[in-house]
Design a protein around this ligand. Structure first.
Ligand code: GLA
Length: 384
């Protein structure tokens, strides 16, 4: 649905003109997986897929939320009544943002919101971060709060952690708020310092495919929390604030200290090697050598599969098939247990690769995956 149509939807729904239109994208993560809640490095880029929000402010304490993707009338809430973990529906994300802004002392007195999204849901492509960030950006503008992208990302993460009750890191919201077109975002999640890394695949004759397996295994939420708790246990056992503090050169000593803690040791090995991979990838990209990142992406997948244990047969099948069909590198992206994989390939290999992946899913009796090209796109912005 185009922005104009969403705008018309607002007028029909609320019988008034909106004050503006905003968009915030979904993301894929190139490298640096399950490192963000360990104060480590990540490198996401924004997708062209966005959540659009058409919004008008209100001064009577009423918050009305509607999505073109969900049939029915707007959900009506009172900003004074918003309370953590009170809303298990999609409306918990935007309501959580209003709650987080107010909790931080910003006077947000209500809004009428109409949304529509082209970000695939349940695909590990951060549709919830897009939803949070677009609402945060709209309210930031309408209430003249003057918050920067990284500050909005922090508030959105708080909405997700506390209001929705999902213990996620800061990557997705920062990606949606801060990415720039044609670039990947190298983010240090410890202090949120950022570098925009030029990532022009087409100029190099390359493509990056996203393969959405269209499966999301039911236990993913609980397993995410378990991995996070295991990492925190590892940091505590090793006497550091976060696993980020274990340098790559200190890995063997750390593993020796964790003798008898086999599960924690595996988690630690993934996080430490993954931070190392993120640093290698940024160095290669900054020297203009995109092709050489392929094997590092594939190494990252093996580590997520064997050490962190967050892959699944469908994701492994995408990676194995892509590599067997000539891809330069491939890995799962996002939290895992379903969702999407990314594949780096020569442009000329894309048609055959896509066919091979689709055929492998048919042969294995899986549903048809959704394959599309990911072009590094703009972060959250005002459209009108
Ligand atoms: C999900 C979370 C992120 C991050 C990734 C794994 O996308 O929302 O914060 O932890 O998983 O890298």
């Amino acid at each position: 649905m185009g922005a104009l149509e969403v705008r018309e939807g607002f007028t029909e729904l609320y019988g008034a003109e909106p004050e503006g239109v905003w968009a915030a994208p979904g993301r894929v993560n190139l490298i640096g997986e399950h490192t963000d809640y360990n104060d480590g490095f990540v490198m996401p880029f924004a997708l062209p897929h966005v959540t659009t929000a058409v919004v008008a402010s209100r001064d009577d304490g009423v918050l009305r939320l509607h999505s073109a993707d969900v049939p029915g009338a707007p959900v009506e809430l009172r900003v004074d009544d918003l309370a953590p973990e009170s809303d298990r529906n999609w409306t918990g994300y935007p309501a959580g943002v209003v709650w987080a802004l107010r909790e931080a002392g910003h006077e947000v007195t209500g809004a009428d919101v109409h949304l529509a999204s082209t970000v695939p849901t349940g695909a590990g492509l951060s549709s919830s971060a897009a939803l949070e960030v677009v609402v945060a950006l709209a309210l930031n503008d309408l209430y003249a709060l003057g918050l920067k992208g990284w500050q909005l990302a922090r508030l959105c993460q708080r909405a997700e952690n506390v209001y929705v009750g999902a213990p996620t890191g800061i990557m997705d919201q920062t990606a949606s708020a801060c990415c720039e077109s044609g670039h990947a975002l190298f983010l240090d999640t410890r202090d949120l310092s950022q570098r925009q890394i030029p990532f022009d695949l087409a100029a190099e004759g390359l493509r990056l495919l996203v393969v959405d397996t269209r499966v999301q295994h039911a236990h993913s939420g609980g397993e995410y929390g378990r991995r996070r708790a295991g990492c925190e246990k590892g940091a505590a056992l090793l006497g550091v604030d976060a696993l980020r503090d274990i340098p790559y050169g200190g890995l063997d000593a750390a593993l020796a200290d964790l003798a008898g803690e086999e599960e924690v040791a595996r988690l630690v090995r993934h996080v430490v090697t993954e931070n190392g991979r993120a640093e290698r990838v940024v160095t290669l990209l900054e020297s203009g050598d995109i092709r050489s990142i392929g094997p590092i992406l594939t190494e990252g997948h093996a580590s997520l599969r064997d050490d962190f244990r967050v892959s699944c047969p469908e994701l492994d099948l995408v990676v194995d098939t892509a590599l067997a069909s000539g891809a330069l590198g491939a890995r799962m992206t996002g939290g895992g247990f379903g969702g999407s994989a990314i594949v780096l390939a020569e442009s000329s290999d894309v048609p055959a690769l896509t066919k091979a992946i689709e055929q492998s899913f048919r042969d294995a009796g899986h549903g048809t995956p959704r394959v599309f090209e990911a072009v590094p796109s703009a972060g959250a912005r005002r459209l009108a």
